[in-house]
Design a binder for this molecule. Structure first.
Ligand SMILES: C[S@@+](CC[C@H](N)C(=O)[O-])C[C@H]1O[C@@H](n2cnc3c(N)ncnc32)[C@H](O)[C@@H]1O
Length: 289
């Protein structure tokens, strides 16, 4: 089920357009959630009588897809995103994997999320786990954490996680690539066609400390990913800092130069990304884990 079938009036349209343009390349080129992170999240849901997941900024559904496989008795997934195109990709990925698990796709800004009222005779399905993977920085964080407190089960966990990008990675090949992007687009990191990226005003940890979710543990997972020049180009098309629309008519020229640059840095055709995937698990103080 998808609801609502019209956009929420308070959606920032340029943000929605940014992710709509990226949806197809995103599904193809973005890295999944590391196994160690999936195990950590699965452990939270395991043993619950009716495990329910609420995934905020679900994108192409990578988090629910991984948890569906890792938690066989997962009962319900509520997947929220501002972008209809992303939700379409998530539906296509999740539908074949659902079996008895139910899925609701919700198109809205995460802080504006409200669960549907249960039908007469049905129980409300409060989420046991609320996830934000590579998406929290796009949201009104404090408002999202308040919303999570309104809707979550009493002993629920909020997981905020992510792993930087090829823009932030410190490797020779990503430094050279970033320099090339800056030569085309200017020195500031772009965030779509309408503006540039600004660092969050507060850290995620500070947001959590000031919220009902102040009991926090941090998990750092080291991940080595192997890229090829063509997969890096595909990935760049899915980003807000080097999507095709930013380059206009110069996109083909940029890709030619980037391809040559990446080949120069590749060893046996491979480029290595040593990333740290960080998971913040947050609970309400005093709640059972
Ligand atoms: C970088 S993607 C991450 C997708 C997915 N969680 C993953 O890890 O692959 C960010 C997603 O957040 C969505 N998004 C951005 N702002 C949002 C908001 N305020 N509320 C809900 N979703 C939002 C975007 O449409 C996009 O699908």
């Amino acid at each position: 089920m998808t609801y609502p079938d019209v956009p929420f009036p308070d959606l920032p349209p340029e943000q929605e357009a940014l992710f709509a343009a990226a949806a197809a390349t995103y599904a193809r080129y973005r890295s999944g959630v590391p196994d160690a992170a999936v195990r950590l999240l699965a452990d939270i849901l395991r043993g619950r009588s009716v495990p329910v997941l609420l995934d905020l900024g679900t994108g192409t559904g990578q988090v629910p897809l991984a948890l569906r496989a890792a938690v066989p008795d997962l009962a319900h997934i509520e997947a929220v995103d501002v972008s209809q195109q992303m939700l379409d990709q998530a539906r296509d990925a999740l539908a074949p994997a659902l079996d008895r698990c139910t899925l609701t796709l919700v198109r809205c800004a995460a802080d504006a999320y409200r669960p549907l009222k249960p039908l007469p005779g049905e129980e409300a399905q409060a989420p046991d786990l609320i996830t934000c993977c590579r998406s929290y920085h796009w949201m009104d964080g404090p408002a999202v954490l308040k919303m999570a407190d309104r809707v979550a089960a009493p002993d629920a966990t909020v997981a905020i996680m992510g792993d930087g990008s090829l823009w932030t990675l410190r490797a020779d090949w990503t430094r050279a690539l970033r320099g090339l992007i800056q030569r085309y687009l200017g020195s500031e990191r772009r965030a779509g066609t309408c503006g540039s990226y600004s660092e969050p005003r507060r850290s995620y940890e500070e947001d959590l400390a000031a919220s009902p979710w102040s009991d926090v543990t941090e998990h750092r997972i080291l991940v080595a990913r192997i890229w090829r020049p063509d997969t890096v180009l595909g990935y760049l098309r899915s980003t807000s800092f080097a999507g095709a629309e930013l380059f206009g008519q110069r996109h083909a020229a940029f890709e030619d130069e980037a391809h040559t640059l990446l080949h120069t840095h590749a060893i046996d055709g491979s480029l290595v990304e040593n990333a740290v995937f960080t998971v913040l698990l947050a609970r309400r103080p005093g709640s059972a884990s």
